[in-house]
Design a protein around this ligand. Structure first.
Ligand SMILES: [Zn+2]
Length: 400
């Protein structure tokens, strides 16, 4: 059921002696217990602080992650917008190229029309010059040229008709050229409008590119911060582990030498007294860390559960007292009981295994006590706890 090494026993005996010697020089109540509680409290505080630090850093990492996700979502929206604008710009570039081709075509047409006008004009001038020459030679010349009378009579009219016809054609051609030039001007205006639109879109796209770049920088900065926080978290986690380890080690050290003790304590405690008179002081009254059961002097005190004796000595305040370590329950919680103010030297020694119900000593009033009573303490995981939560009351004694 349990096995205790000789080495463990010697170590425990030495520790108990050291604690007693430490206690004798001090004048407060239960110095050993107070000192250990302070140490444990300090370790618990350190662990809590390490946990708090780690929680803080983890919260920062969460914030970093949120910021990165937000920036990425924003950036993705901007990229979508930028792509749409790029598509619009492509369409405009096509339209501009198309317009330029149309302008070029119009220009060709204008030039062609001008060439026609010029040719027609040259032709007209040549004929007019010829007519002039005929006219200048006078009626004889006309006469000699004319092949018949009719021709002679209608010559002037013909000359006039030709001139009018030429004028009409030239005017039509000129109008056509002007129309072409106007069309060309309209196309040039259209091109200018398209180019302006493109410039606006280019500018908008540039702006978006800058915003996207800025978000890249923001994301990089946030990621660097997150990485630093993750490193800090690793350090904080390490510190928390160390603090937890230190606390565990301390709690274990309080039962040093008995780590390999395995008790079948489902913590079915029994009352350590067969009978008592009344509770003379409850746990928690004026900082009282145990329960006082007033009982007849000489009433036997029994082990509340199986265990091993870790202290059996005299103390100025506890008087003759015994501490029994009961090991851990199935949940890993450790238990120890302490029985103080015994009438005489306890009947058990340090390192001795005791069974539940085994005699430890007798009710008395040694140490800081004003009457026969058992001062009973219970430690759970090294912390003093109200024994009444775990240990049944004795039966009330009937006395004459
Ligand atoms: Zn007490």
């Amino acid at each position: 059921m349990k096995r205790i090494t000789a080495k463990g026993l010697r170590a425990k005996a030495a520790l108990a002696l050291a604690l007693v010697m430490l206690g004798t020089g001090l004048n407060f109540y239960a110095p050993v217990a107070v000192a250990t509680d302070e140490k444990q409290q300090q370790l618990e505080n350190e662990k809590a602080q390490a946990q708090e630090k780690l929680d803080e850093i983890n919260a920062q990492i969460e914030a970093n992650k949120n910021n990165i996700a937000n920036a990425q979502a924003q950036q993705s929206a901007l990229k979508t917008q930028s792509n749409l604008i790029a598509q619009q710009i492509n369409i405009l570039v096509d339209q501009i190229a198309d317009t330029q081709a149309q302008i070029s075509e119009k220009q060709d047409q204008v030039e062609q029309k001008q060439a026609e006008i010029d040719a027609r004009w040259e032709d007209f001038k040549d004929r007019m010059a010829a007519m002039q020459e005929i006219n200048d030679r006078g009626g004889i010349a006309i006469l000699s040229q004319a092949t018949n009378l009719y021709e002679l009579l209608t010559f002037n009219q013909t000359l006039q008709d030709i001139s009018e016809k030429d004028n009409e054609i030239l005017a039509e051609m000129d109008a056509a050229r002007k129309a072409l030039e106007e069309e060309k001007a309209a196309l040039e205006e259209q091109q200018a409008r398209l180019e302006e639109q493109q410039a606006q879109l280019d500018s908008k796209k540039g702006e978006l590119a800058q915003n996207i770049q800025q978000l890249d920088k923001d994301i990089s900065a946030e990621e660097a911060e997150k990485e630093a926080n993750e490193q800090a978290a690793a350090v904080a986690r390490q510190k928390l582990n160390e603090a937890a380890e230190a606390l565990d080690a301390y709690i274990r050290s309080q039962n040093d030498g008995y780590d390999d003790v395995i008790f079948n304590t489902s913590m079915g405690f029994i009352s350590p007294l067969p009978s008592y008179k009344y509770v003379s002081c409850n746990y928690g009254d004026d900082g009282h860390k145990g329960v006082d059961w007033a009982a007849l002097g000489g009433t036997p005190i029994y082990a509340a559960a199986d265990g091993v004796v870790t202290i059996s000595t005299y103390h100025y305040s506890y008087g003759n007292y015994v501490q029994v370590y009961h090991g851990a329950d199935t949940d890993g919680n450790t238990f120890a009981t302490l029985y103080a103010h015994m009438q005489s030297t306890p009947v058990v020694a340090v390192g001795q295994q005791v069974k539940q119900g085994q005699l430890l000593g007798y009710v008395g009033s040694t140490g800081n006590s004003t009457g026969n009573h058992l001062h009973l303490e219970l430690r759970v995981n090294g912390n003093r706890t109200n024994p009444m939560n775990y240990i049944p009351k004795p039966s009330v004694v009937k006395y004459s």
